[in-house]
Design a protein around this ligand. Structure first.
Ligand code: SF4
Length: 478
């Protein structure tokens, strides 16, 4: 008697397609969702047509984000006509900000989940399956982080869950990023800048405890990562909530610098990067750490938003342009060739020509390696929605073009100055278009392209720069 494979129990694999908008924190959230879904026997697929579950992990930082999601849902709705079992989940900050109103506008949504509720994804999917009704989980992180409401048992349980999570490899959404992985160390923000929706979509600052961060980093390094980017809405204030709640002992340099110092002792870790920060919470000990720890690299993203004190005050940034430049000086005193990047908002309500000139002047003084500039757009819930003296769109467009032109010129000058010099480059991924071509980043975060017959991915090698343009440096192995 023979036994056929048909007699064997078959565990059907389901397929998930994930689309991620916005920042690296959303990428990290999508990877976390993928990890949870893999535990439910889901496999990642490249196109929505192949999927049983489509996840739209959304960002609410720019205007028209809801509009974009609605139009994407309109397209995906068609797939439900041919795939009756298809489920569509909207997650992330648009889900949190718009809430259940979205379900009325888009009945095609099966699951609505805020960024603080990712751990509930398997339960929500089960609920959809059982009830055939949309499942909803909104609100901010609870259990693992909401210290004010946690009981000691809840804390112990949530930390045990976090450690357990570290035992399972968290998948990478993009294979090429395996050398460089994201670890979320902090979520939410207490600053309430008047233009920013983050405190309303991610809640107040909540830090992941240092042992859990260390365990996650070690887990990624065991999977082959060499570079770790620590993520938070405001990494500089990492751990202050833990100190306030008695979970960490206050120290002279503060919990963030302590964490970084501990991370830098891990031999397998080549580089640590940080995204993103607020100059108000940037500390002198952090600047000094760049001088003493080579693994910190020579690059820092320090968002300024405007060069005008009048506008900075209206934005409630809690620093002046001079305060900001002082922090830049701390960094450049610590590491003279420190590369900086920033975020700038052009056309904030009330921004005059003189205010904009102050921004141009600040960019000229700092000489950023690159910057992200956006025309101001009002965000629901924020204080700036009520501000008068709106800057006309045409003026915003003109100012944005002038700012980008100035930065392009600076970037080209900075990049061209590297020609003939040797840089240590950590190679991250092969080119998708050119065979025998690899991309990496140097300590200043500049993109470097090198041709090689053998794979360079994962190696840190000396490269002599031979060419440079606005976006990348080109070099040869030394
Ligand atoms: S510090 Fe950053 S995340 Fe926090 S409110 Fe201001 S811009 Fe938003």
């Amino acid at each position: 008697m023979t036994t056929t494979l048909i007699d064997e129990p078959v565990l059907a694999t389901r397929k998930v397609h994930i689309e991620t908008w916005g920042c690296q924190m959303n990428v990290a959230d999508s990877e976390k969702m993928l990890g949870l879904l893999q535990g439910q026997n889901y496999q990642l697929v490249d196109t929505p047509e192949q999927a049983d579950l489509i996840v739209l992990n959304t960002c609410h930082i720019r205007e028209k984000s809801t509009h974009k999601i609605m139009s994407r849902l309109g397209v995906l709705k068609e797939l439900k006509l041919t795939n009756r079992g298809l489920k569509i989940a909207v997650t992330g900050c648009v889900a949190q900000a718009e809430g259940e109103k979205l379900l009325k506008r888009a009945p095609t949504i099966d699951l609505l989940m805020g960024p603080g509720k990712i751990d509930e994804l398997p339960r929500l999917l089960e609920e959809v399956k059982e009830t055939h009704r949309p499942a909803v989980a909104l609100g901010f992180i609870s259990g693992r982080g909401d210290h004010t409401h946690e009981t000691p048992e809840e804390i112990a349980k949530s930390q045990a869950a976090a450690f357990e999570e570290c035992q399972h490899p968290v998948p990478s959404l993009v294979g090429r990023n395996e050398i460089s992985r994201f670890v979320t160390i902090q979520q939410g923000c207490n600053n309430f800048c008047t233009f920013c929706v983050v405190p309303f979509t991610r809640g107040k600052e909540i830090s992941v405890k240092p042992p859990i961060v260390m365990a996650k980093v070690r887990s990624f390094l065991q999977q082959g990562a060499k570079e770790i980017t620590l993520l938070g809405q405001n990494v500089n204030s990492y751990g202050l909530d833990l100190v306030e709640n008695g979970r960490l002992t206050p120290t002279a340099d503060g919990p963030f610098v302590d964490l970084l110092r501990e991370l830098c002792t891990i031999p397998e870790l080549a580089r640590v990067r940080l995204i993103t920060s607020n100059p108000h919470d940037f500390t002198f000990p952090l600047a000094q750490l760049f001088a003493s720890e080579p693994k910190m690299g020579k690059y820092f993203h320090l968002p300024v938003q405007s060069g005008s004190d009048v506008i900075l005050e209206k934005m409630k940034r809690k620093v002046t342009a001079a305060d900001y430049l002082r922090r830049v000086q701390w960094l450049r005193d610590a590491v003279p060739d420190m590369a900086l990047s920033t975020d700038l908002i052009v056309g904030f309500p009330g921004e005059s020509d003189a205010d904009f000139d102050a921004t141009l002047s600040l960019v000229e003084q700092v000489r950023y390696h690159f910057l992200y500039a956006f025309g101001y757009s009002p965000r629901k819930h924020t204080a700036a929605v009520r501000f008068k003296d709106v800057v006309p769109e045409a003026v915003k467009t003109k100012r944005l073009a002038a700012l980008n032109a100035l930065q392009d010129q600076i970037t080209v000058e900075i990049n061209e100055a590297t020609i003939g010099k040797t840089h240590k480059v950590l190679f991250l991924y092969p080119s998708k278009k050119k065979p025998d071509c690899f991309y990496g980043r140097n300590a200043q975060f500049q993109l470097v392209q090198v041709e090689s017959k053998a794979s360079l991915v994962g190696q840190e090698l000396d490269v002599c720069i031979t060419e440079a343009n606005k976006t990348a440096l080109v070099g040869t192995l030394v």
